[in-house]
Design a protein around this ligand. Structure first.
Ligand code: MG
Length: 294
């Protein structure tokens, strides 16, 4: 009975490639809060983060809980801090080139090659803002795992509902892998035989830009998946991706340009091609293994 309460996905006859994205500076050139919200509560962007980091440091507070608290506090008396306002700020967040059509294009590419492509967001930013973007509204994402608020009966944000930080980001990779997608579904700890895992890590792609992505990148890489570091093509600052490459966190890097025919586009398509071929062999292996056991 318990399973009925939760949204679970089960293994299909076609392989699934799950592409997981960080949000800030991976899909969007800047932090989402710095594209309207911080300015509207009268702060300079740097000053807001300084205050938030000090709050975190001085109180031993999770840095994401600190920014969420500060966002709520600074809104008091200035703007109504509800879901709608956050979604509206989200709708103004800009994305890197090509990202507006990327999700559907890549899904379609998978479809043509016998692979189910799914897109997942794993971000320390705000879920409400991500859900306010045009791509999210068009249904690009299977799930948006991000920090979010709890709203009181007047619809005002009063408490954090979820907080996603760089280390707890990794739990979502296990949820996606097993198809146990609900935040609270304890089935994430259940044992699944290898041939019943819906998205083996080898069929997972993680795309991120910085240190906060390192635990996810490392996990995906060490289980045979594909971690990709991206950087802003305009600044062409490759220091972070070179370091992550040297430290064995990522397997590839490319400019964060999601347009057709770019390095990133070709790379992800190559991963899909390889998965399609590789999974044919994997399924023969599991059939043979099954027969040998009688
Ligand atoms: Mg980032």
């Amino acid at each position: 009975m318990e399973e009925l309460r939760y949204q679970r996905k089960h293994k299909e006859d076609r392989p699934v490639v799950a592409i997981c994205y960080d949000f800030d500076k991976t899909l969007s050139p800047d932090d989402m809060q710095a594209q309207g919200y911080i300015q509207s509560v009268g702060y300079e962007v740097d000053k807001f983060w300084e205050k938030s980091n000090a709050l975190s440091w001085e109180n031993g507070m999770d840095s994401n809980l600190a920014y969420m608290y500060l966002m709520m506090e600074e809104a008091r008396g200035t703007l109504v801090f509800n879901r709608k306002a956050l979604e509206e700020y989200g709708s103004k967040v800009s994305l890197f080139p090509g990202a507006d059509t990327w999700f559907e294009r890549i899904r379609q590419y998978g479809e043509e090659h016998g692979v189910i492509v799914e897109h997942y967001i794993i971000s320390s930013g705000l879920r409400e803002m991500i859900e306010g973007t045009d791509v999210a509204k068009a249904g690009a994402f299977e799930q948006v795992y991000a920090s979010s608020f709890f709203y009181d009966d007047r619809g005002v944000a009063v408490w954090p509902a979820q907080v996603v930080n760089y280390t707890n980001k990794t739990q979502f990779l296990f949820r996606i892998s097993k198809g146990v997608l609900d935040w609270n579904d304890p089935g994430v700890n259940d044992y699944f035989p290898p041939d019943e895992i819906r998205v083996p890590f080898r069929n997972m792609v993680y795309i991120g830009d910085s240190d906060t992505d390192v635990p996810c990148m490392k996990l995906v890489n060490s289980y045979g998946g594909h971690s990709i570091g991206v950087f802003n093509a305009k600044t062409d600052d490759r220091r972070k991706v070179h370091k992550m490459m040297q430290d064995n966190r990522i397997k590839y890097f490319a400019p964060a340009d999601y347009s057709e025919g770019t390095e990133l586009d070709c790379l992800v398509k190559a991963i899909i091609d390889r998965t399609a071929a590789n999974e044919k062999l994997e399924s023969i292996y599991y059939e043979n293994l099954k027969e040998s056991k009688g």
